[in-house]
Write a protein that binds this ligand. Structure first.
Ligand code: SF4
Length: 336
């Protein structure tokens, strides 16, 4: 399939101001020179520990936060790749209909004083896409599409369970008929059984509507279940991207290997050795030199301390930033 989103050397540095005169004291490199692409109709899972920059990256892609540098190329409806970071406010408004966000917390992301009709209808009114009876019909379609009943339309969020609220959030995100959706920890606040229902719903909607997803989660099991390809972030940098099975079975970055080794094993007879990393996660305001992972990496060598690893392909659809990616044989995880 064609690439719908191509992120190139994207950076987001937040200035840190400290001291008496509000002196600039450097930057937090929340997103640090990130590259990846997403194909039309696919789910790209983005995984990493909390604070690794994945939420900031998701917001930069939506331009809900302005990136500091880099390009976010998005395929428009005419098939042209456009750099979202170069669009003016008016052009960006047009693109916003195509790119939507499903929030993390279904409990706080819905306005408690608005009915389902108004919550789901709001983007249609704001974008002048429907009004009057047409609006009500479209909202009913959306509500039914996410598995709720049209009787629910005049109720308020407090009347619903967490899973139902997330369905309302999904209906709202789909109101403008988007082609690309960022799901930011979209199932993390839900019970495991409800998580499965919402994941299945997202997959059904993807097939039905041809959606592409950037699916952000700290949960490797969820990422493995839903993703066609996966990206792993560490301290603001993308360290590896690959097809899901490749990444889980044949990781090429030592951080991915360590992350996978901590995943619960479905069959305890097949042993995966748990890798316990030394030291703390690096501080993005004061990261180490060279490869950010070097103080914790069991395979680090001199070059790792001095030079930033180049982001490069190691096989088809498999990219890594590690000096030793070609020579190391790393342990994978079991596929559940
Ligand atoms: Fe480890 Fe060096 Fe690879 Fe970084 S570049 S992950 S320190 S081997």
């Amino acid at each position: 399939n064609d690439i719908i989103l191509n992120v190139q050397s994207l950076k987001k540095y937040f200035p840190i101001r400290k001291g008496f005169f509000q002196r600039m004291d450097g930057y937090v490199k929340a997103v640090d020179d990130v590259n990846f692409y997403i194909r039309e109709g696919e789910t790209f899972g983005l995984v990493g520990e909390s604070g690794c920059g994945k939420t900031t990256l998701g917001r930069c892609v939506l331009r809900a936060i302005e990136p500091s540098e880099g390009a976010t190329l998005f395929r428009d409806r005419e098939g042209q790749m456009r750099d979202l970071n170069k669009l003016d406010a008016k052009e960006l408004r047009k693109f916003r209909r195509d790119i939507q966000l499903i929030f993390q917390d279904p409990y706080s992301s819905l306005n408690p004083r608005m009915t389902v009709q108004n919550i789901v209808g709001e983007p249609l009114i704001c974008n002048k896409l429907a009004s009057g009876e047409e609006l009500r019909i479209r909202v009913r379609q959306l509500v039914e599409m996410v598995g709720l009943n049209s009787r629910h339309m005049d109720r308020y969020p407090h009347a619903f369970s967490g899973g139902q609220r997330q369905r309302i959030g999904i209906a709202r995100a789909l109101a403008t008929n988007p082609r690309f959706v960022v799901c930011d920890e979209a199932v993390s606040a839900l019970d495991v059984s409800v998580q499965a229902q919402i994941l299945n719903l997202l997959q059904d909607l993807q097939k039905q509507l041809g959606l592409s997803y950037l699916f952000i989660s700290h949960d490797l099991g969820v990422i493995q279940h839903i993703s066609d390809r996966v990206g792993v972030m560490y301290v603001g940098r993308m360290v590896e991207t690959a097809r899901t099975e490749d990444l889980f079975m044949r990781p090429r970055h030592p951080y991915t290997e360590a992350l996978l080794s901590a995943k619960p094993v479905p069959d305890p007879r097949k042993k995966v050795e748990r890798i316990v990393l030394a030291g703390e996660v690096a501080n993005p305001a004061n990261p180490p030199s060279g490869c950010y992972f070097h103080p914790r990496c069991p395979y680090a060598q001199e070059i790792c301390r001095s030079e930033k690893p180049v982001w490069r392909p190691v096989s088809e659809d498999h990219f890594v930033a590690c000096h030793r990616a070609e020579e190391l044989t790393l342990q994978g995880a079991q596929l559940s």
